[in-house]
Design a binder for this molecule. Structure first.
Ligand SMILES: [Zn+2]
Length: 403
């Protein structure tokens, strides 16, 4: 049997008064997910282990059954994998934002949504001036870049810059959590302050200011970690000779790389509502012909949740249903080699809170010949009655892959 996981990022939500006390999954018109829930079996999954923040990287690693306390190394190493930087033993990787400071305050975490092209000029410039045997800057995407410190100590207290808009930045500089990490913390503080001296008068920033845009006038490194000790997916599930991941999101690509999943880039996959759903479905079906496992990640509903836009999030859920789940089910339901389908979110991104929460998510599993349970629709409430109950850690992936 082949396996595909269709993941609707942030799709789960809370009951909303605007929807008569229903959740978006309950209110949205989702005939295909409901059909699979009715013909398959259902349950709920804890995707955010105690003590972890409900980030997409955390939740997606959980869906794939990786033990977070063992493998989680922060965002830096995942972004390194996403942009193809191999971390050697002892290399510490950090997400390195280009940010905009205004005096003592951190104005924004994105340097006014700087483009990749502009950012690349600045990151190369910083690498030229600040890079050495130990320090390496790599360009990522837009404001999201990578800093690798050879021999760095990751025991640092760092602040995600998107959590502290308009707060004084000096008290938030990286701090050592133990004496051994002091040297790394000092190095980072020096790099941040020197980046400010270098970036202040850079022609590109002068030009941005003249255009009324925010300058990228500091780096902000955070989320340090080493290369994760992630076992390849095929080592855990030998029936998967090869697998593939389809996503528009760097962190998910990084997870895929460490999991040994082939990365498929789909033109027009944006991570937004205008993403190329049909292209992603074609790529997923092509991959299912050659590979044994496909992880199809769709970001749009998470973005709509962050915007708190109920109508838009409903649209993304209905799009996932009619343009992804339906066409994939219709295409594979009669294949000679049966295909098992799972549909689930990674975490809720409730419109009313506009950020991720750690509550369990509903999931459905369908494959030809599966004995259905009593659940009739795919949503947070109906899934509570599912025959799988409440799963955690690797129980979902083991259940699904050994179906
Ligand atoms: Zn997510």
């Amino acid at each position: 049997m082949k396996h595909i996981i269709i993941l609707g990022d942030g799709m789960a939500d809370h009951p909303l008064p605007q929807l008569g006390g229903r959740t978006l999954l309950q209110a949205a018109h989702t005939p295909w997910m409901d059909l699979l829930a009715r013909q398959g079996r259902n349950g709920r999954l804890v995707t955010v282990a105690p003590g972890f923040h409900p980030g997409s990287e955390v939740a997606n690693m959980s869906v794939l059954g990786y033990d977070l306390p063992t493998v989680y190394e922060g965002r830096g190493p995942l972004e390194a994998a996403s942009i193809g930087v191999d971390l050697a033993p002892g290399d510490m990787a950090m997400r390195c934002n280009l940010v905009c400071l205004e005096g003592d305050l951190l104005k924004n975490h994105s340097a006014g949504h700087i483009t990749t092209e502009e950012a690349d000029t600045l990151i190369r410039f910083l690498q030229e001036r600040l890079g050495d045997e130990r320090v390496h800057f790599y360009t990522g995407v837009q404001y999201r870049h990578l800093l690798v410190i050879r021999g760095g100590d990751k025991r640092l207290d760092c602040t995600p810059p998107h959590d502290v808009p308009l707060q004084p930045w000096r008290p938030l500089l990286p701090k050592a959590e133990c004496p051994e990490a002091q040297q790394t913390a000092d190095l980072l503080d020096t790099l941040i302050l020197r980046s400010q001296d270098l970036l202040r008068d850079h022609p590109l920033n002068k030009q941005r200011i003249a255009q009324g845009k925010d300058p990228a006038n500091s780096i902000w490194p955070w989320s340090p970690g080493y290369r994760p000790q992630m076992e390849p997916f095929s080592a855990r599930f030998p029936q998967v000779r090869s697998g593939a991941v389809i996503t528009a999101v760097d962190l998910i690509r990084g997870i895929g790389r460490y999991a040994g999943l082939r990365r498929i880039d789909v033109p027009g996959a944006t991570g937004l509502y205008d993403t190329n759903y049909e292209g992603k479905v074609r790529a997923a079906l092509d991959a299912l012909r050659t590979d044994d496992f496909v992880y199809l990640h769709i970001e749009a509903s998470d973005e709509a949740g962050h915007e708190g836009d109920i109508a838009l999030k409903r649209q993304t859920i209905e799009d996932l249903d009619s343009r992804v789940v339906g066409p994939i089910y219709e295409a594979v339901k009669d294949w000679p080699e049966p295909v098992a389908i799972a549909v689930l979110p990674d975490h809720p991104t409730p419109c009313e809170v506009r950020t991720h929460t750690a509550e369990p998510v509903p999931f459905l599993v369908w494959h030809p010949g599966i004995e259905p349970d009593a659940v009739q629709t795919f949503d947070e409430v109906a899934a509570c009655e599912g025959s799988y109950g409440l799963l955690k850690e690797d129980q979902f992936i083991n259940t699904f892959m050994n179906a």
